[in-house]
Write a protein that binds this ligand. Structure first.
Ligand code: ATP
Ligand code: MG
Length: 555
């Protein structure tokens, strides 16, 4: 797999040059989402780039909703976008909407008509497409191409006034039907959509195409560097043509960079929307989704996402980043910051035969093994404990260092225990382990450093809190679910992407308020509480495992 160049950012170099040369005194960037879905991790690349550059060089960044298609967009999506940008740690210097410029764009369209640079075409979309030509064949002229200015004006004004049905006419720029770049073959500026817009209501019956709205919005906002993904490279000549032929207030520069892509997921909003609408996931913020809302719910921190894109750099070459790299970013962040706790997911009971019945005690344990400033917590202990079922084996293989009959193991933060009896039910299943603890191996006692090969985690049965735990795996079971055009990407959904465990027991300190909510449950991974938690039963999402077990398993 291709690894992106570390830390390089050619756009940052362009900005430095433009500031050094005095071309710009300061920079203005923008993040221009269409409010037709939730933001995903790919958008975060663009957000980090645009806001990051302005922050670094004392410039400004605008959040601009590219709300030019009333059929797909709504206010809820706009709200979620603002929420996600802020959560990532950025604040826009100005909030704009492409729809704020509909009036100005309309005036400029009339200007192009008056200059003989735009005309109303009354053919249907299929005919217009067929006349476009191909990469090797020039296009053919529309029979309406030489309509007189007055007629164009009249028709265009009536299009705007709502006199025509959808698709009856379009307004096209008059550029060059033989241009090598197909985008310049008389592109459409406006189409008729007789639909209300979530911000402009019934004012408009025509809506601008992306290319006609985008550069003009950039210019109106005095954007200096308009950063977009590589698929717009071919649109740049059109972007520049429009700005050259209207009285543009400023000349922004479009610069393209490679999209951020991850494997084992999909990132197009259309596909994500399908997953949500067809209930393949539990909403846009399902922790398996690559959306910012999903990652947040899963337990990703904004810092980890910013660090991830910072390390990946920005270039012009397309690459697909391994999901494991993103997981490493959150693992590294939480390794430093997550308080430690113990939780048992698949419990089996241990009875300490030599621990007095009815007694309890509280052991002081570090919240973080390497960061004393985090302080300590009180870990309750009593006669009955839970340990993980897989930490005991009745007939273990050689080199099994956890609990076995007559074997010893250290209980993390406590002491060494020895298994003296194995209790089974009628079906022969192990139901309880009877153990004896060695008081001499407590912390501070002479045997505190006595070595046994294994250390396991545990919780006190009397004190532990019952919890539901949700474990996640890749949403798809192939690296590129869209690779094969003949197979529906839904067929590649991983049926085991979610495992719900409702038998978990969690150390009480993990539920105390005050510090951060995320925890490392020792040996089990990093976890964060889910909003589905109730007073009776907390719910934890596993953000990521402690090690990249997935990479090993799939080898
Ligand atoms: P999608 O195809 O997922 O819907 P989009 O480009 O249509 O993406 P927009 O809302 O139009 O979504 O995107 C807003 C901004 O985010 C654009 O500037 C776009 O270039 C950028 N962007 C979208 N996806 C990515 C990505 N994967 N990597 C980097 N930037 C992206
Ligand atoms: Mg888009």
């Amino acid at each position: 797999m291709e690894q992106p160049t570390q830390n390089t950012n050619f756009i940052r170099n362009i900005v430095i040059d433009d500031l050094d040369s005095g071309k710009h005194e300061s920079i203005v960037t923008r993040f221009p989402p269409e409010p037709n879905g939730f933001l995903h991790i790919g958008h975060a690349k663009s957000i980090c780039l645009n806001f990051g550059l302005a922050d670094e060089f004392g410039g400004r960044t605008h959040l601009r909703f590219d709300d030019t298609n009333p059929l797909k967009e709504n206010e809820d999506f706009a709200q979620s976008i603002m929420n996600d940008v802020r959560w990532l740690g950025f604040e826009w210097d100005a909030l704009h909407h492409a729809s704020d410029y509909f009036g100005q764009l309309y005036e400029w369209a009339l200007h192009l008509i008056d200059e003989g640079l735009a005309y109303v075409d009354s053919q249907d979309a299929d005919t217009i497409r067929a006349q476009r030509g191909t990469l090797t064949e020039p296009g053919t002229h529309s029979p309406y191409r030489d309509r007189p200015v007055a007629e164009n004006r009249n028709l265009f004004e009536r299009m705007a006034a709502g006199e025509f049905a959808d698709g009856e006419h379009v307004l096209r720029a008059k550029i060059d039907m033989a241009a090598g770049n197909i985008n310049l073959r008389d592109p459409v500026l406006y189409r008729i959509i007789n639909a209300a817009h979530h911000r402009t209501g019934d004012t408009w019956h025509i809506y601008p195409m992306y290319d006609w709205a985008h550069g003009q919005s950039d210019s109106l906002e005095h954007i200096t560097h308009s950063l977009c993904t590589l698929e717009f490279e071919d649109h740049r000549p059109l972007y520049e043509w429009y700005l050259k032929h209207i009285p543009a207030p400023s000349q922004p520069r479009q610069i393209e960079f490679a999209r951020g892509n991850l494997n084992y997921t999909v990132m197009s909003k259309r596909k994500l929307r399908q997953l949500v609408e067809e209930d393949h996931v539990n909403g846009w913020d399902d922790p398996r989704m690559p959306t910012i809302a999903g990652l947040r719910r899963r337990g990703y921190t904004p810092e980890s996402i910013r660090a991830f894109w910072g390390e990946m750099g920005v270039s012009k070459s397309e690459s697909i980043i391994d999901m494991g790299v993103l997981e490493n970013a959150i693992r590294n962040d939480l390794n430093d910051r997550a308080p430690r706790a113990m939780a048992v997911l698949d419990p089996i009971k241990v009875v300490l035969l030599n621990y007095p019945e009815g007694e309890e005690e509280f052991l002081e344990a570090a919240l973080h093994p390497k960061d004393e400033s985090m302080g300590t917590r009180q870990v309750p202990l009593s006669r009955e404990l839970w340990i993980e079922r897989h930490d005991f084996m009745e007939e273990p293989p050689r080199k099994y260092f956890r609990l076995k009959p007559d074997g010893e193991v250290r209980l993390r933060n406590a002491f060494i225990i020895k298994c003296v009896d194995v209790i089974k039910n009628d079906a022969g299943e192990v139901t309880e382990l009877h153990c004896e603890f060695d008081p001499d191996t407590r912390s501070g006692m002479p045997g505190a450093n006595r070595k046994v090969k294994g250390t396991i985690h545990w919780v006190s049965a009397k004190h532990a809190v019952a919890a539901e735990v949700r474990l996640y795996d890749r949403l798809f079971n192939v690296p590129n679910p869209l690779a094969d055009k003949d197979t529906d990407f839904l067929e590649h959904l991983n049926p085991e992407s979610l495992t719900v465990i409702d038998t978990a027991w969690v150390e009480p300190a993990a539920l105390e308020g005050g510090g951060p909510a995320y925890r490392q449950f020792e040996r089990n991974g990093y976890f964060t509480p889910d909003d589905d938690s109730t007073a009776e039963k907390p719910v934890f999402n596993r953000t990521v495992t402690l090690r990249d077990t997935w990479a090993k398993l799939s080898r």
